[in-house]
Design a protein around this ligand. Structure first.
Ligand SMILES: [Zn+2]
Length: 358
C-alpha cells in the first residue's frame, strides 16, 4: 500500500516532456508491430503520410527489426509471426486466411515472394533486409489515403483503441462500414482499407470502422474475453445465452459502436463478416440495397438466420431503432485477393451505398 507521506509527483517540466516524447517515439513502432490495428506500415493511406512509424532506416525501425527478426522463424507459432503475416497480407503476398500465427510453408513462400520481388536471395528467412523489403512491399500496396479524419471512438475491454475513419463529402448522406466485429473474421478490414485508399470518395459522407473487435483480432478469436459474442450483445431481442453476455450492452465494444451509430445515424450500415458467403436476407430492411450489394460484389443473397437465434445483433438493433438500413455481408472461408478486396469489392460497396470515386 502506498504511504500517504509520499509527496505527489512534480508537474511535468519541459525536460520530462522531451524525454516522454522520445520514449513514445521509440516505443510506438514496437506497439505498432503487435497485431490488432493495421500492421505498422499498413494503416490505410499511410504511404502518403510522411514520417509514419515504419520509415525504413529510421533508428526506431532498426531497433525493432533487430529485436524481432531473431524471434520469427520457420516452425514457430507466436504473435510476432502473426504480425509478420499481417504485413505479408497487406503486401498482397499472403492470403488473408493465412494469418494463423504459425510460420509454415505458406508463410515461408510469401516471404520468398517478397524477397524475389526485392531481388534478395529467396531464403524464406526473416532477416533485416527482408523486414525492410516487407515494409516496402506494404507501402507499395498502399494507395493514397481518402480519409481526412481519424478518431478513437472508444477502447476495447483490454484498452486497445477502436478507430473510425471519415472520408467522402460532409453534407452528403452518412454511410458506414463496420468490419471485424468477430475477431477471427479479418477479411472485411481489407475492404474497409480499400475504402480508405485510392481515388477520393464522393457522393457520401463515409465512416469506416475497420476493426470493431481489436482484442479478438489479436487472438484470432471470434469472442471477446469471457466468451461474449458482440453480435448477440445488442439491446434488441436480447436473450441470455452462453455467448450473449450477462446482459445487453455488457461489452464495452457494443457500447462504443452504439454510441457512434447514435451520433451519426447512417442511412446505410454495412456489417462485414465471414465465412458464410452471402448478402443477408434475414430481416432485410432495404431490398434495393441488398440487390445492389449482391450484384456488385458477386455474392448471392442468403438467409442468414443465425440458426434461429439472431438475438441481440447489431443490424437488428439498428434496423429497429433508426430509419436507416443495416445489412450483413459475409465473405467465404477463403479470402479473395487483396487487390480484389481493396479494389473491386470496396468500389462495389461504395457504389451500393450511393458513393463514387472522384
Ligand atoms: Zn461474424
Amino acid at each position: 500500500m502506498r504511504s500517504p507521506s509520499i509527496p505527489p509527483p512534480p508537474p511535468i517540466g519541459p525536460r520530462r516532456r522531451r524525454l516522454a516524447a522520445l520514449l513514445t517515439a521509440l516505443l510506438l513502432p514496437v506497439a505498432a508491430l503487435t497485431p490488432g490495428g493495421w500492421p505498422a506500415a499498413a494503416e490505410p493511406g499511410s504511404a502518403a503520410e510522411p514520417g509514419s512509424a515504419a520509415e525504413p532506416g529510421s533508428a526506431a525501425a532498426v531497433s525493432v527489426t533487430a529485436t524481432t527478426s531473431s524471434t520469427v522463424r520457420y516452425g514457430q507459432r507466436s504473435r510476432a509471426v502473426r504480425s509478420l503475416q499481417n504485413k505479408l497480407i497487406a503486401a498482397g503476398a499472403l492470403g488473408a486466411e493465412d494469418n494463423t500465427g504459425y510460420f509454415g510453408a505458406k508463410t515461408r513462400a510469401a516471404v520468398q515472394r517478397v524477397q524475389r520481388r526485392s531481388h534478395l536471395r529467396a531464403t524464406g528467412r526473416v532477416d533485416f533486409a527482408t523486414r525492410r523489403a516487407v515494409g516496402r512491399a506494404v507501402r507499395a500496396a498502399t494507395g493514397p489515403r481518402t480519409w481526412y479524419h481519424r478518431e478513437t471512438v472508444g477502447t476495447s475491454a483490454e484498452g486497445r483503441p477502436i478507430l473510425a475513419y471519415r472520408a467522402g463529402e460532409p453534407g452528403r448522406p452518412v454511410v458506414m462500414v463496420v468490419a471485424t466485429m468477430h475477431g477471427e473474421e479479418n477479411f472485411g478490414q481489407y475492404v474497409a482499407r480499400g475504402l480508405l485508399e485510392g481515388r477520393p470518395v464522393t457522393g457520401v459522407d463515409l465512416w469506416v470502422v475497420p476493426v470493431l473487435n481489436p482484442d479478438g483480432l489479436v487472438r484470432d478469436r471470434r469472442w471477446l474475453k469471457g466468451g461474449v459474442d458482440l453480435n448477440r450483445n445488442f439491446p434488441h431481442r436480447f436473450v441470455v445465452r452462453a455467448n450473449s453476455g450477462p446482459r445487453a450492452t455488457s461489452a464495452k465494444e457494443t457500447r462504443v459502436v452504439m454510441r457512434l451509430l447514435d451520433r451519426l445515424q447512417p442511412r446505410y450500415l454495412v456489417s462485414w463478416h465471414q465465412p458464410l458467403i452471402g448478402v443477408d436476407t434475414y430481416g432485410v430492411k432495404d431490398r434495393a440495397l441488398l440487390r445492389r450489394l449482391s450484384s456488385n460484389l458477386h455474392i448471392a443473397p442468403r438467409y442468414l438466420d443465425c440458426h434461429g437465434s439472431c438475438h441481440g445483433t447489431m443490424t437488428g438493433w439498428y434496423n429497429a431503432r433508426y430509419d436507416g438500413a443495416a445489412i450483413t455481408v459475409e465473405y467465404g472461408s477463403t479470402a479473395r485477393s487483396l487487390a480484389r478486396m481493396k479494389g473491386r469489392d470496396a468500389d462495389a460497396v461504395l457504389k451500393a451505398v450511393g458513393g463514387a470515386r472522384g
